[in-house]
Design a protein around this ligand. Structure first.
Ligand SMILES: *[C@@H]1O[C@H](CO)[C@@H](O)[C@H](O)[C@H]1NC(C)=O
Ligand SMILES: *[C@@H]1O[C@H](CO)[C@@H](O)[C@H](O)[C@H]1NC(C)=O
Ligand SMILES: *[C@@H]1O[C@H](CO)[C@@H](O)[C@H](O)[C@H]1NC(C)=O
Ligand SMILES: *[C@@H]1O[C@H](CO)[C@@H](O)[C@H](O)[C@H]1NC(C)=O
Ligand SMILES: *[C@@H]1O[C@H](CO)[C@@H](O)[C@H](O)[C@H]1NC(C)=O
Ligand SMILES: *[C@@H]1O[C@H](CO)[C@@H](O)[C@H](O)[C@H]1NC(C)=O
Ligand SMILES: *[C@@H]1O[C@H](CO)[C@@H](O)[C@H](O)[C@H]1NC(C)=O
Ligand SMILES: *[C@@H]1O[C@H](CO)[C@@H](O)[C@H](O)[C@H]1NC(C)=O
Ligand SMILES: *[C@@H]1O[C@H](CO)[C@@H](O)[C@H](O)[C@H]1NC(C)=O
Ligand SMILES: *[C@@H]1O[C@H](CO)[C@@H](O)[C@H](O)[C@H]1NC(C)=O
Length: 487
């Protein structure tokens, strides 16, 4: 990937968002969007020390019907370059794969390679079922044809997959004595923390980066996500924030005039004529949300968008200023505005339509956006239309908890790091308090989604370096405790 050379933020952001994301928009989860920007299936070429394997995985871990015993090939990647070997009791860092191709994670999450080198660890990246090459039904079309084939697609099945691969692999390596530390970002971070809670006999600890495990039911405020997006923009530039805030009414005003949509299409340089001003607004909202979610150095997209808006030639024309902001984020000759809806071929859309129901919305005056409360009835209708399933909005908290997290985890859990950057809108649903000596929150005021997992560079700011150092120290403490218990 040539991400580092790109000046064009939006494609860049969508690519990044394929690595470490979760849904970002209340009307729709975002994953279908990524494919709009991809020219290939974006697998990446990894260095030779990353070796790919396939494990014959059980289709259904929780059922004894004959068809449940079907199997599929699940991909996982191993990097043993730093491993101290089974006899050394060195740790095994297992990346609990998320909603994408696992090669992307292995490429992106360079910070865990540093962890491996530091602790002589083995690195194992397990792909999540139904993503990348780990398709239970051969082809994508077959797997996504209907709920009969998609029905085996859940976080609980995914965790059981991880458990099975890890036990089998440890057996093959005679590494039973090596402690496993689950690692993941975003949805993968939720999985890492849940894996530690559900499979404590397999995972000795978990490092969950930007994992919004509290963005379910009503644990976190609905508008938390958009409030942080707004804060990111407002902290960057008050006038930028004001321009964006005023732009929605301006768009409506122009749209209502004769030739209004045609004029909007021209002002915003859309590739195709707009069919509705809602599509344009959704696209803009998405651009702001993605910019905030990935508002990480060295790209700092919010600052780039705001400099374009504040620096636009015509200071009085709100719409051309906003259009200049859009231009800097997309950089193409024209903008391919698309409607935001659920996609039948999107794995993440299926997940949000079944169990990963994150009620993200906002009210009338709490953000720089127009009111858009999360509407479960509407969401349910859309899901039923696209997938023929009814979401279970309370299942995640039933299965994994989340309510009253401090006393629940304080009473029984240990060895979990919840890390966040507070500029990440998803930190609104993150764990930001220390729950016990070993269930800890490590966050930075700066930094956004999954930044601490990214490959360290020489230009990393001090706060990021310190955050990673704190994480290493905590893991070091867990491992030291374990050795002292064993010997
Ligand atoms: C690991 O320990 C076992 C049992 O002590 C021994 O047989 C084996 O050779 C050791 N392996 C290595 C690579 O040292
Ligand atoms: C679902 O898809 C499978 C595989 O394509 C097919 O065999 C089955 O008939 C479909 N079921 C329904 C209810 O459409
Ligand atoms: C363990 O070894 C068996 C036998 O060679 C193999 O079939 C299986 O895939 C291996 N498991 C893992 C997780 O690599
Ligand atoms: C829309 O475009 C037409 C033709 O260029 C122009 O006459 C009209 O004033 C424009 N309307 C707005 C609201 O810009
Ligand atoms: C508007 O609708 C036409 C016809 O359905 C379609 O080709 C075009 O892409 C749509 N425009 C946008 C911006 O979505
Ligand atoms: C700036 O935009 C305003 C409002 O659209 C318009 O009246 C004015 O002529 C523009 N000024 C320049 C220099 O283009
Ligand atoms: C946006 O970019 C397009 C294509 O380069 C250009 O024609 C248009 O004038 C730009 N719009 C603004 C507001 O800068
Ligand atoms: C939002 O703010 C506007 C302007 O200050 C006010 O008229 C309106 O009543 C407010 N709406 C809500 C729901 O608070
Ligand atoms: C319901 O969802 C559809 C499709 O996303 C959207 O167009 C519509 O505005 C939504 N209605 C409400 C009341 O939110
Ligand atoms: C929680 O504890 C860790 C380890 O002691 C520390 O690095 C971190 O700053 C603490 N977090 C908070 C929110 O106090």
């Amino acid at each position: 990937m040539t991400l580092k050379l790109s000046y064009q933020l939006l494609p860049l952001l969508f690519l990044l968002s394929a690595l470490c994301v979760t849904a970002i928009y209340p009307k729709t989860p975002r994953f279908g969007l990524v494919s709009k920007f991809s020219t290939n299936d974006y697998g990446v070429q990894l260095p030779p020390e990353f070796v790919t394997y396939y494990y014959t995985q059980t289709l259904d871990h929780f059922n004894y019907k004959p068809e449940s015993y079907a199997t599929f090939q699940q991909r996982y990647i191993v990097n043993s370059k730093y491993w101290g070997g089974a006899n050394s009791s060195s740790p095994i860092f297992v990346y609990t794969g998320d909603e994408g191709d696992i090669t992307l994670v292995a490429d992106f999450a360079g910070a865990i390679v540093e962890l491996a080198s530091r602790f002589k660890g083995l690195l194992v990246y397990i792909e999540h079922r139904y993503y990348g090459e780990s398709n239970p039904f051969g082809s994508q079309n077959e797997a996504f044809s209907n709920a009969s084939t998609l029905g085996f697609f859940s976080s609980t099945q995914a965790l059981a997959d991880f458990a099975q691969v890890i036990i089998d692999l440890k057996g093959n390596l005679s590494a039973e004595n090596c402690p496993v530390i689950a690692v993941g970002g975003s949805y993968g971070g939720m999985l890492a923390s849940w894996f530690r809670l559900k499979y404590p006999h397999i995972a000795y600890g978990a490092f969950a980066s930007s994992a919004p495990i509290l963005y379910f039911d009503n644990i976190s405020p609905q508008d938390g996500y958009s409030v942080i997006v707004t804060k990111d923009f407002r902290d960057t530039s008050e006038s930028c924030y004001n321009t964006i805030r005023q732009s929605w009414g301006e768009i409506d005003k122009v749209a209502a005039q004769p030739n209004g949509l045609w004029n909007l299409s021209r002002i915003f340089s859309t590739c195709q004529p707009l069919n509705s001003s809602e599509d344009l607004k959704d696209y803009l909202v998405l651009m702001y949300m993605v910019s905030a979610q990935y508002d990480n150095p060295p790209y700092n997209p919010v600052e780039k968008v705001c400099s374009a808006i504040d620096g636009a030639m015509n200071e009085t024309d709100i719409l051309s200023r906003v259009a200049a902001g859009l231009n800097v984020s997309a950089g193409e000759p024209c903008h391919q505005v698309f409607d935001l809806k659920l996609y039948k071929s999107s794995g993440w859309d299926w997940q949000t339509c079944t169990e990963m129901v994150m009620p993200i919305g906002n009210g009338a005056n709490d953000t720089m956006f127009e009111a858009l409360p999360f509407d479960l009835n509407n969401f349910t209708r859309n899901c039923e239309g696209v997938f023929g399933v009814t979401p279970r909005p309370h299942w995640i908290t039933t299965e994994f908890g989340g309510q009253d997290i401090k006393s629940v985890l304080g009473n029984f859990a240990s060895n979990i790091i919840f890390s966040n950057g507070l500029r990440d809108p998803y930190s609104a649903g993150g764990v930001l308090q220390n729950i016990s000596d070993s269930v800890v929150a490590v966050y930075t005021e700066e930094g956004a989604h999954c930044l601490d997992l990214a490959t360290p560079t020489a230009t990393d700011p001090d706060w990021l370096v310190s955050q990673r150092e704190a994480e290493v120290k905590i893991i070091e403490g867990w491992l030291a405790t374990r050795s002292s218990l064993i010997t």
